[in-house]
Design a protein around this ligand. Structure first.
Ligand code: ZN
Ligand code: ZN
Length: 441
């Protein structure tokens, strides 16, 4: 058995090397044609066409919007057997593309709610989609030796759909995408500004619990020269923006929390006191159980600030996403696979972050784990922090207009997906699903 596994591992690598150029080509194409959350029409079409061309057992499309699931039943698949779900997210961001490559996007979405927006793959989902397509090619090549089923999951709206729409990972689950067969493991990764080819893992919460917050402060419109005849919502908004900074002091400093208001929308003019001001923000908690408390205190802050200035306010929490939690048994079971793929010196334990990824909806339901893959010109300093390599392109975080990812590293991502999938199906990489009560940070 182990000899057969060894031979197959070698073949996975050979097949990954052969598909590497196509993966880069897919990535460049997707990068040049980015689509915002819930608008992944052409991306999904490309994915579905490629999966069909591979002769998968099934290619399901139109799931929760533009989601696609390819089903590959291995020769050894049986009812009730192992099923691994490899997840790629497909959506781009309303961010200008300043990555500086010849395949940089020049797309503007004029119709998107709140837009027009420049659109780019500033989070690297073009890489994820191309890598999982590459893994589909590789694993299809060894389907006669797969003792289970692989689901290639292409998810829309990871970055969050417009607030008036549903979408994302949970919507895929609710649409029944995983009802038959039910995964016994979910796996995904995110490209990150770490050294090229480094796999970062964390036991516990890799990413935070997240929720979008919308605050509407309502006053009474009046002319700027007669403020006493109306109610100015601005002072209440100012108090909220300042008061948010005090929320940190009301929860334990040992579990990080952030509340950021990234967008303020008013309807006034320089000489008109507008009726409403809307604040858009995000709440992140490293420990999920803090979320309810932070929301309660933020709501109190908003309502009482509004009252203090004679205004009214409403607070809504939308698009809540649970933390990405990697349980110890899953990580420990996966380490030999990661070691084989990238080598011991490129396998690093990392800290958690207050980013989010709604792959958590899959990992918490089906078990599995999530890692990061370094794709930038970086090295680790003695304390383990990424620092720029001299002469390189620097360290640029996800969502920055200058974010970039190294093409040559994509094949490592293909190999990771393929090895994880194969090892799970053979039973070498597995663990019980994480307990809901397991509240490690
Ligand atoms: Zn992102
Ligand atoms: Zn992302």
């Amino acid at each position: 058995m182990s000899t057969e596994s060894d031979a197959t591992h070698g073949e996975l690598d050979e097949r990954a090397a052969k598909v590497a150029d196509r993966v880069v080509a897919w990535r460049h194409h997707l990068h040049r044609h980015p689509e915002l959350s819930n608008r992944e029409v052409n991306t999904a079409r490309l994915v579905a066409d490629e999966l069909r061309a591979l002769g998968l057992d099934e290619v399901r499309t139109g799931i929760a919007g533009h989601g696609v699931v390819g089903v590959l039943r291995g020769a050894g698949a049986s009812p009730g057997g192992r099923v691994v779900a490899l997840r790629a997210d497909m959506d781009a961001l309303p961010v200008r593309d300043l990555c500086g490559t010849e395949f940089a996007a020049e797309v503007v979405d004029s119709d998107y709610p709140g837009g027009p927006f420049p659109v780019s793959h500033a989070c690297g989902h073009d890489c994820h989609t191309a890598m999982v397509l590459g893994a589909a090619v590789v694993l299809t090549g060894v389907r006669d030796r797969l003792p289970g089923t692989v689901l290639f999951v292409f998810q829309p709206a990871e970055e969050g759909p417009p607030v008036t729409e549903e979408g994302g990972a949970r919507a895929m689950v609710e649409a029944g995408a995983f009802a038959d067969p039910v995964p016994t493991m979910a796996f995904g990764l995110h490209v990150t500004p770490h050294p090229k080819g480094h796999v970062g893992y964390r036991i516990g919460n890799q990413y935070a619990a997240s929720t979008l917050v919308r605050v509407v402060v309502t006053g009474k419109q009046t002319h700027g020269s007669t403020p006493w005849e109306g109610v100015d919502p601005m002072p209440a908004v100012g108090a909220v923006l300042t008061g948010v900074g005090q929320l940190y002091r009301q929860v334990s400093a040992f579990a990080p929390v952030t509340v950021s208001i990234g967008h303020v929308e008013d309807v006034g003019r320089f000489n008109i006191i507008g009726q409403t001001v809307t604040l858009w923000g995000t709440v992140r908690c490293a420990v999920e159980s803090d979320m309810a408390e932070v929301q309660r205190r933020l709501t109190t802050l908003v309502e009482h600030s509004a009252t203090a200035y004679g205004a009214a306010a409403s607070v809504e929490y939308l698009q809540s996403v649970p933390p990405v939690h990697n349980s110890r048994p899953w990580v420990e079971s996966a380490l030999p696979t990661f070691r084989r793929v990238v080598g011991e010196d490129r396998l690093v334990e990392t800290g958690g972050t207050l980013g989010y990824d709604d792959i958590s909806e899959f990992v918490r339901r089906f078990g599995g784990l999530y890692v990061t893959l370094g794709v930038q010109d970086a090295a680790l300093d003695p304390s383990g922090r990424p620092v720029p390599v001299p002469g390189g392109r620097g360290i640029v975080t996800n969502h920055n207009p200058h974010f970039y990812a190294d093409d040559d590293t994509l094949v490592t991502g293909v190999r990771l997906h393929a090895h994880v999938a194969y090892d799970h199906l053979t039973g070498a990489l597995t663990a019980p699903p994480p307990e809901e009560s397991e509240a490690e940070q």
